[in-house]
Design a protein around this ligand. Structure first.
Ligand SMILES: C[S@@+](CC[C@H](N)C(=O)[O-])C[C@H]1O[C@@H](n2cnc3c(N)ncnc32)[C@H](O)[C@@H]1O
Length: 298
């Protein structure tokens, strides 16, 4: 098992910091990345060509997780960390799922709600500000708990798996993908890279994919399966694809935004080359996990 952690003083108010980060960068994400705030997925050997390749690749990641976890059409879904509603609107629109989406960012709730209305999906989707560990998640109410690239922000991961288990009906499915760290010890340079990534991406720690499996099993999940999608998602951090070279208005505009809004904006831009290095060296990984709540046939 491998776990890399930021010092406690950085994580003391993590929920507020994550919410502020996504509030202050919501328009940048929408402008530069679209409304899927997660990695793209490519076959081995494929690479992104232009920024126009982003949406097909990020939608592919959603389809891969749907397939990996076997999400059934019409499922009642708790979407933990719904972002701008990209995955939620896919699940509602293509699979007829009913979505209860939560996020730490009010800006994201506004965008997700507006997009649902534009796409005629308001009747099957709801979005609100809530911390998954803050209490108030309905118990036994969901067929699926879906967490696309949100678990890496959550400081108490064993508690997340316990909340997810309680939220599901017996036979319900957990489906997630998350950033992780390579199994085994890291050298000093690798540890320093991870520490900078944690700081810039507002993450409390990174665990290995195998550590996630153990946490799911310890919480009481059955049929736990994991997959390593690092190679398939690494192209997400290609510098052109991430549009790092062309933040709207160039570097001067970026610095002006940082002065107006604070450090979150600089973190958004600083993180891309660090993640590129993390993924290409295999120090930072992307893991998928699915599991079933025992007690009934799926
Ligand atoms: C990288 S974004 C992913 C957004 C979305 N899942 C997607 O794929 O487009 C991370 C999301 O996790 C949410 N998040 C982080 N920690 C959370 C927590 N403790 N409770 C609820 N949401 C959380 C953030 O607010 C944000 O919406």
């Amino acid at each position: 098992m491998n776990t890399q952690t930021l010092p406690g003083f950085v994580t003391a108010h993590l929920g507020q910091a994550v919410g502020a980060y996504y509030d202050r960068t919501a328009d940048l994400y929408a402008q530069l990345w679209g409304d899927d705030i997660h990695l793209g997925y490519w076959d081995a050997g494929e690479r992104p060509a232009t920024a126009a390749d982003r949406r097909p690749a990020t939608e592919r990641l959603i389809r891969e997780l749907v397939g990996f976890a076997g999400i059934a059409p019409g499922s009642r879904v708790l979407d933990v960390g719904c972002g701008h509603g990209g995955p939620a609107l896919y699940l509602a629109g293509r699979l007829g799922c009913e979505i209860d989406g939560i996020t730490l960012s009010g800006e994201q709730v506004g965008r997700a709600t507006a997009r649902a209305a534009e796409e005629g999906l308001s009747g099957r989707t709801g979005f609100r500000v809530a911390d998954v560990l803050g209490g108030g998640i309905a118990e036994g109410a969901y067929d699926v708990v879906w967490a696309m690239e949100s678990l890496m922000h959550i400081p108490d991961r064993p508690a997340f798996f316990e909340v997810a288990l309680r939220a599901l009906r017996p036979g319900g499915v957990l489906a997630l993908n998350t950033w992780a760290v390579r199994e085994g010890p890291l050298d000093a340079a690798e540890s320093d890279l991870v520490r900078r990534i944690l700081h810039n991406q507002v993450l409390p720690s990174l665990d290995s994919i195998e550590a996630h499996r153990r946490m799911a099993e310890a919480a009481g999940f059955a049929q736990v399966r994991t997959a390593d999608w690092t190679i398939q998602t690494a192209g997400s951090w290609d510098l052109d694809f991430a549009q790092l070279e062309q933040p709207a208005g160039g570097r001067a505009h970026m610095m002006q935004l940082a002065r107006q809004r604070g450090a979150e904006v600089l973190r958004f831009f600083a993180a891309v080359p660090l993640m590129h290095k993390g993924f290409t060296t295999g120090v930072v990984t992307c893991g998928a996990l699915t599991a079933v709540k025992p007690g009934a046939a799926r």
